[in-house]
Ligand binder design. Structure first.
Ligand SMILES: C[S@@+](CC[C@H](N)C(=O)[O-])C[C@H]1O[C@@H](n2cnc3c(N)ncnc32)[C@H](O)[C@@H]1O
Length: 229
């Protein structure tokens, strides 16, 4: 697993963002601003060093992704997270990225999380309520739903940005269908060997796909399979 720094000695969210900038993971000012605004400590389970650059267990065989992966995905999607746009976060887990998306698209936009473990949906809502994205949850422009994310969330489609936080054996067709022309999806694809794929829907509806980097995510699967480990 790629890791940019170790040790639990980073004590502040801002210092974590500065480390991401120092290591060249983050160049976008907008992404730095949103990651500074949404304190990761509110989303990492108690007892873990919140700013350590590593995924961490959140129960139910799931993890919160590492800060460098959150930064990478936010940067890849930045142009599709402009004010007023629609964003879907599949496998929203702790709700961290959904909260970041919501702050980027603002009250005129829409940020939707879909997670298939009801307990994680409930705790993610509590996390978001403590965060800077709480007003957006209250006004309804941010919502988190229990569901099978492989089916997307048609109610608020089409989406300018889709992030998938778990590795799919192949790109789910429903997610491609729910992507707006001009939209972008970032999705880890593969089983043991996985690539973070960037899927662009062109204005004529055709699809362009490229691989950004090798990654290691938990699988995008059924709830039963995940709970059985
Ligand atoms: C690596 S975790 C990422 C969570 C989130 N991005 C975060 O950082 O907190 C992947 C999440 O995908 C969820 N997941 C896996 N398969 C799913 C499916 N079919 N539908 C919805 N969620 C799914 C898992 O329960 C887990 O919470």
């Amino acid at each position: 697993m790629l890791r940019f720094w170790s040790g639990g000695n980073i004590a502040r969210n801002k210092a974590m963002v500065e480390q991401l900038q120092r290591y060249g993971v983050m160049s976008s000012k907008k992404v730095a601003e949103v990651m500074e605004t949404v304190d990761r400590a509110l989303f990492v389970p108690d007892g873990n060093p919140p700013y350590f650059d590593s995924p961490m267990a959140i129960g139910y065989n799931a993890t919160i992704s590492a800060p460098h992966m959150h930064a990478t995905c936010l940067q890849l999607l930045e142009k599709n997270l402009q004010p007023g746009m629609h964003a879907l976060d599949v496998g929203s887990g702790t709700g961290y990225l959904t909260a970041c998306f919501a702050l980027m698209v603002g009250a005129e936009g829409r940020a939707v999380g879909v997670e298939h473990i009801p307990e994680l949906v409930a705790s993610s809502i509590q996390n978001i309520q403590k965060s800077a994205a709480a007003p957006l949850l209250k006004d309804g422009s941010l919502s988190v739903h229990v569901g099978d994310g492989r089916l997307g969330w048609p109610e608020f489609a089409p989406y300018d940005a889709i992030h998938v936080g778990a590795a799919a054996p192949e790109i789910p067709q429903q997610l491609i269908e729910q992507l707006k022309p001009g939209g972008r999806m970032v999705i880890p694809v593969g089983n043991i060997f996985q690539d973070l794929q960037v899927v662009d829907k062109n204005l004529d509806g055709s699809i362009s796909i490229r691989s950004e980097t090798s990654v290691r995510y938990v699988p995008l699967t059924s709830r039963e399979a995940q709970l059985q480990g």
